[in-house]
Design a protein around this ligand. Structure first.
Ligand code: NCD
Length: 306
């Protein structure tokens, strides 16, 4: 049974196929309106979410399927002490596919090992977020026409930001990628990702605390929120939360065709005044997220039916 737990579960060919399907859905939505008729998606969200959960639900509804699930741990039997493994076995009796978000790293993998239906990791702790990466890849593809020879700056909370971890991993398979890591000292990219991904694949990267000094080099600026919920103490969060605030004046030296991305939600890190800059792509990302999740649900259900 094929699941999506880590972005590397999908080959570059799989990703190309998914992006092609997503682009076809955008061009011909009515063709897909009944593709999942009679199928059910269960969204098991043990952590807060707006975009990820609702885009999964909207995706399934637009495919003609239906949805069930819960949006907080307290309303499920997890609150009574049920294990992720038992929850996964249970939901396999009710649904055809699961999207799971969980604060514990590895929980969706445990679910996939115990479910008899495909499981999609919709974010596990500070670890991975492969479907945000699909969203980001579709956005980069549509903005830049491909993935090779891009310089990408990741800015903000690179330590706990799971979307950053998954996107760097995904991009490491393309040619001519340059990575610029912009963060406070305390929120640097974990060394296991530097070692297992960047160094292993010989991807040139540099680390800096200064966003403006690297701005002119960037083709993509991927801003992130400081992940309050992963901090051990509030004081550190308060000290670091406004480390980077992107304002129009900071974009003066940026390339004309820079793409500013953000997985959202934003807190303070991009000023609302940037939204009207044609380089702001974060609300396009939101829309792309629904289409690429439609493509993903289709692919996993088709493979499960084989
Ligand atoms: C991200 C997440 O949940 O990791 N949000 C999302 O899914 N679009 C980013 C974040 O919460 O900061």
């Amino acid at each position: 049974m094929r699941s999506l737990i880590d972005i590397l579960d999908f080959s570059v060919e799989d990703l190309n196929e998914l992006l092609a399907t997503a682009n076809d859905i955008i061009a011909n939505p009515s063709k897909y309106a009944e593709k999942c008729k009679g199928k059910k998606l269960a969204t098991l969200f043990f952590e807060p979410s707006t975009r990820t959960r609702l885009s999964f639900e909207a995706a399934m509804l637009e495919l003609g399927g239906s949805v069930l699930g819960f949006s907080e741990a307290n309303s499920s039997s997890a609150a009574k002490g049920e294990s992720v493994a038992d929850t996964a076995k249970t939901i396999s009796c009710y649904a055809d596919i699961i999207a799971m978000r969980h604060p514990k790293e590895g929980a969706p993998l445990v679910a996939a090992q115990n479910a008899s239906i495909p499981v999609i990791n919709a974010g596990d702790g500070g670890h991975n977020h492969p479907t945000q990466t699909l969203t980001d890849l579709l956005t980069i593809y549509r903005e830049k026409g491909g993935f090779n020879n891009l310089t990408i700056g990741f800015c903000g909370d690179l330590k706990f930001g799971r979307t950053v971890h998954s996107l760097i991993t995904a991009l490491s398979r393309y040619e001519g990628i340059n990575v610029v890591l912009i963060s406070p000292e305390e929120l640097k990219l974990p060394s296991y990702i530097k070692k297992d991904v960047l160094q292993k694949k010989n991807i040139p990267y540099k680390q800096t605390t200064d966003l403006e000094s690297v701005m002119p080099e960037l083709d993509i600026l991927y801003m992130t929120r400081v992940q309050r919920e992963r901090f051990f103490n509030e004081e550190d969060y308060l000290r670091l939360k406004d480390s980077y605030i992107l304002e129009p004046k900071k974009l003066k030296n940026a390339k004309k065709d820079l793409s500013v991305m953000h997985p959202l939600p934003r807190v303070n890190e991009i000023s609302v005044a940037v939204d009207s800059d044609p380089r702001a792509c974060y609300f396009k990302q939101v829309l792309n997220g629904k289409y690429v999740r439609m493509a993903l649900i289709l692919k996993l259900l088709e493979e499960a039916d084989k």
